[in-house]
Design a protein around this ligand. Structure first.
Ligand code: FE2
Length: 286
């Protein structure tokens, strides 16, 4: 992690974040810290038994089970497959280790290695410097972006999925491997966070998730710029910043770890998808 001398954001960096909606901090995490997360994720996948889940993910008819598996993952460590991971007969095309899309969404609470990485003084200080008061770490994901089958994540705003009133959230995206246009790096629209929230994914009165659309115009993809970064770089993303990553068709993986911090003084609505049970409320850096 950062040395103490580099721990605080400069006023230029804060200005840049306000202007662009993202900030690229090279060498934020040491190589050893990145490798430790990669090894831990590998171990978690090895210990994961996909029996029973493969059928849930591989057939269209099971979409409600797939939805329940996702929507119930806010307080758990769950494993999600790549869409291209399955053969027509429902079997995996390749090994389990090469088929996982991501692990989410409470790694930072439940796994000691991820918790240690997520709750460092450096990250706590960074979140404070971004102006997020009484931060709560609501979500963590380990994203594999597997070689050849790593799927596209279409252009979106994180506040559409983790809404707060007022908008008060930062996404922290740690490159655990070099990320390039070849293996599916992030792309973002500089300044796009100033153009409002386009939609919100919320739970309706029947408990079903759906998009409430405020602005039906598509994101201006022609304004997306690639954010190619080396291992250890932290990209900070404003909740309203449109961003995406393309499919990875290369032979190289593109592992990343993401953490989302929201301001504890803001309202976190009950119709957001990600909820915690009373016995496991959102926590900060404690
Ligand atoms: Fe995102």
């Amino acid at each position: 992690m950062l040395t103490s001398a580099k721990m605080r954001l400069t006023s230029e960096q804060v200005t840049k974040y306000d202007r662009d909606g993202f900030l690229v901090l090279e060498s934020f995490a040491e190589k050893s810290a990145c490798d430790r997360l990669r090894e831990r994720a590998e171990q978690l996948v090895l210990e994961f038994d996909p029996a029973g889940l493969v059928s849930v993910f591989s057939t269209q008819e099971q979409s409600h089970l797939r939805d329940d598996y996702f929507l119930g993952s806010g307080d758990k460590i769950r494993f999600f497959f790549e869409e291209d991971a399955f053969l027509p007969d429902g079997n995996l095309k390749q090994s389990k280790e090469r088929s996982i899309n991501k692990i989410g969404h409470a790694l930072h609470e439940l796994d000691p290695v991820f918790s240690e990485f997520s709750k460092t003084t450096a990250i706590k200080q960074l979140v404070a410097d971004l102006g997020i008061e009484n931060p709560l770490l609501v979500q963590s994901m380990y994203i594999f972006k597997q070689p050849r089958i790593g799927g596209e994540v279409t252009c979106h705003q994180d506040s559409a999925f983790l809404y707060t009133d007022p908008i008060d959230i930062a996404g922290l995206w740690f490159a655990l491997e070099d990320a390039t246009t070849e293996n599916g790096c992030l792309w973002a629209i500089p300044g796009g966070h100033k153009e409002g929230l386009k939609s919100r994914w919320r739970r309706d009165s029947d408990g079903r998730m759906g998009f409430e659309v405020f602005d039906p115009a598509p994101f201006p993809d022609e304004r997306l710029v690639p954010l190619e970064v080396s291992q250890g770089t932290l990209i900070v993303l404003h909740g309203l910043l449109p961003h995406r990553s393309l499919a990875n068709r290369s032979p190289k993986s593109r592992h990343a770890y993401t953490l989302h911090a929201v301001g504890g003084n803001s309202h976190y609505p009950e119709d957001n998808w990600l909820q915690r049970p009373a016995e496991m409320p959102f926590r900060g850096f404690d």
